[in-house]
Design a protein around this ligand. Structure first.
Ligand code: PMP
Length: 443
């Protein structure tokens, strides 16, 4: 292997396997220190939406670095945070205009949980504390977010500490064999929420959280249109808050600022991250309905905070990222290039019998490998398809992101989510490497 791997390290990685050392990154490519180039077909973990080393973002960061990189929020406010909050609020649905900055996705989810809980207390509904989520789902690695995460792989080692919040099945309608239409199936999955609220006791249920378009947990799972509005209706019926975890799907990846806009549904609280800092700085945000925030502030304040929340350098980077998304017309690009890449991925279904399903929205796309398409039977776990195909592609210079969701009905899925700046010839290059990888995988 010619991979430039550091032999000795004090770094503590999640698993034993080592990857090459990164040298530089530009546009949709990364280079390791041996000079090998990789096409970043998953934008890291669906992060680098505007591509790497964008000169305007780097210049904005440099300007801010020369002014101030840090000011603790209890001592001083800062302009980039003010400007970014106003810029993000302008791009959200009108009801969502209160912004709380954090440094990542898990923190954005934690903040959302804590705001919801404090709102319940402030509004005389202190008995509401349960948050219903879905299985499979991923909401983050901190313990609160993990309690909502429906991936036993992630939470099982910590049970029964905090991981006991109720979960309903995610709408995996493509696996269903009943005679219902897609829209009927969407309603049936949404009504699982109603049943669960009734089972738990509506007066105890605080919120429902979901990824509008699934991420790592389900591989870009999209529900039928009927699902989203029915979920909103059920939440309203019982006074349950709707939290949209748009950490991955938000800020342009699906072709809209928020994925929920595709269905004209507005959540009460939205968690954002990934494409916000876009790999330039750790940055996330919770965006919430004004009246929720005002009720909490009016009842003694929001008991929550992180040291780096709203730090000026991260906010200056975030502001420049938003400007680049607009200057480069990346919402439209996500739709156009997403449709182009989607058509190419759909082509895999004709070429490889073991590609079982292709799905997603905009440039949040994935395909799933199966043993047999007719039954959607997953490949045997022992085959380790999710790591094998990723390793083959990596050798060829293509980075894709994979997961196998154990314990559920889903098998090995692969996220193909390049930066939104990807050009037509670059999509061809990506597909060439993907075909070569699948050919090698099938032998
Ligand atoms: N929510 C979703 C939907 C995510 O995809 C992720 C990250 N994969 C998180 C939360 C957690 O974000 P972070 O890793 O930045 O804490």
């Amino acid at each position: 292997m010619s991979l430039a791997v550091s032999k000795q390290s004090n770094l503590f990685y999640q698993s034993g396997s080592r990857r090459p050392l990164l040298d530089k990154a530009s546009g949709i490519y990364l280079w390791d220190i041996s000079g090998k180039r990789y096409l970043d077909g998953s934008s890291g973990a669906m992060v680098s939406n505007i591509g790497h080393s964008n000169p305007n973002v780097l210049a904005a960061m440099q300007r801010q670095m020369q002014r101030a990189t840090f000011g603790y929020r209890l001592h001083v406010e800062n302009e980039p945070a003010e400007q970014l909050a106003s810029a993000i609020a302008q791009r959200m649905p009108p009801k969502l205009d209160r912004v709380f900055f954090v440094s990542g996705g898990s923190e954005a989810v934690e903040s959302s949980i804590k705001l919801a809980r404090q709102y319940a207390i402030a509004s005389g509904q202190a008995q509401r504390f349960k948050i219903i989520s879905r299985f499979p789902s991923y909401h983050g690695s901190t313990l609160g977010a993990l309690a909502l995460t429906g991936m036993s792989l992630m939470s099982a080692p910590f049970a029964p500490m905090l991981c006991d919040m109720p979960k309903i099945a995610a709408p995996t309608t493509y696996l269903d064999t009943d005679n219902l239409s897609e829209q009927q199936r969407g309603l049936r999955y949404a009504r699982l929420l109603r049943e669960e609220i009734l089972r738990q006791g509506p007066e105890t249920v605080l919120a429902f959280i979901m990824e509008p378009v699934g991420g790592a947990s389900t591989g870009a799972l999209v529900a039928p249109d009927s699902y989203y509005q029915e979920i909103r209706r059920i939440c309203d019926e019982f006074g349950v808050l709707l939290i949209a975890d748009e950490v991955m799907s938000g800020l342009g990846r699906t072709g809209r600022w928020l994925a929920m806009e595709h269905w004209q549904v507005c959540a009460d609280i939205v968690a954002l991250s990934k494409g916000f800092g876009a790999g330039y700085m750790p940055l996330g945000a919770m965006v919430a309905r004004r009246d929720l925030v005002e009720a909490v502030l009016g009842n003694g304040g929001f008991v929550h905070g992180h040291t780096y929340a709203g730090n000026p350098l991260a906010c200056a980077a975030g502001l420049a990222v938003l400007e680049e998304i607009e200057r480069l017309n990346l919402l439209q690009a996500a739709q156009q290039q997403g449709a182009r890449l989607r058509a190419e991925l759909d082509g895999l279904l004709h070429r490889y019998p073991f590609v079982g399903h292709v799905r997603g929205k905009g440039l949040l796309l994935a395909f799933e490998l199966v043993a047999e398409r007719a039954t959607m039977e997953p490949l045997p776990a022992a085959l380790n398809a999710h790591t094998r195909l990723v390793d083959i592609a990596f050798e060829k210079g293509l980075i894709i992101y994979s997961r196998r969701t154990r314990g559920g009905r889903l098998g090995d899925h692969f996220m193909v989510c390049p930066p939104l700046i990807i050009s037509d010839p670059q999509i061809d290059e990506l597909m060439e490497m993907l075909h070569a990888s699948l050919d090698q995988f099938s032998h």
